[in-house]
Design a protein around this ligand. Structure first.
Ligand code: G3P
Length: 204
């Protein structure tokens, strides 16, 4: 019963799309209507507003971390353990991808996954973010960096902790993240993907 409460709360937390909220607060319009149409930090950056992009990154990351922290902090009082952390991780991630507050049109999950991974283990989060940074620095593609980091994340976790429910949750989130990047993968293969920091244009 309590696990249901934590899972629903995590989904609702994940449904708070900081890309859409900060863009509206900064008068940038809805990020789902320009650039890649994704309400994520990379696309908000295409508006030219670095503050809004940074707040999107921090907010979307924070909510992932928060859901995990709440479960780790208060879950044990209700008999909830690692299996619940795994379920909550997927729930907050699903909320970001398909947010109930924004007609189920959410983001691709990169910042939220980073926050979740930091919540699970600081070193896991840092290793995954470092992977993103290395690939982003080398190739200047946010999507490619996210795809490679998300492939590495389950391996990092498996090396640190071995197989368990949380590993399964990370594999599920990585698979969903890759699925949400289908258009980016097509653009990368066609040489049409826009690089980090490129300005607004539609349909890429
Ligand atoms: O944060 C999502 C990123 O990996 C790709 O974003 O806007 O280029 O599709 P975007």
């Amino acid at each position: 019963m309590y696990i249901l409460l934590f899972t629903v709360a995590a989904y609702l937390i994940g449904s708070v799309s900081f890309g859409i909220i900060t863009s509206k607060l900064f008068g940038l319009g809805d990020p789902r209507t320009y650039g890649s149409n994704n309400p994520g930090a990379t696309n908000v950056l295409r508006s030219g507003n670095k503050t809004a992009a940074a707040l999107t990154l921090l907010g979307d990351g924070f909510k992932g971390w928060l859901a995990i922290w709440l479960t780790q902090r208060y879950g044990p009082q209700f008999g909830l353990g690692d299996g619940s952390v795994a379920l909550v991780a997927v729930a907050v991630f699903l909320g970001h991808l398909w947010p109930v507050f924004f007609r189920f049109a959410g983001g691709k999950g990169v910042a939220t996954l980073f926050g979740i991974l930091i919540g699970i283990s600081l070193w896991l989060g840092l290793a995954t973010i470092a992977t993103w940074l290395i690939v982003a620095y080398a190739f200047r593609y946010s999507s490619l960096a996210a795809l490679i980091a998300s492939v590495f994340a389950p391996f990092f976790y498996a090396l640190m902790e071995g197989p368990d429910m949380i590993l399964l949750a990370i594999v599920v989130m990585s698979a969903l993240l890759i699925y949400r990047h289908a258009k980016n993968i097509g653009n990368l293969l066609a040489g049409k993907e826009s690089r980090i920091g490129a300005k607004k244009k539609s349909g890429n």
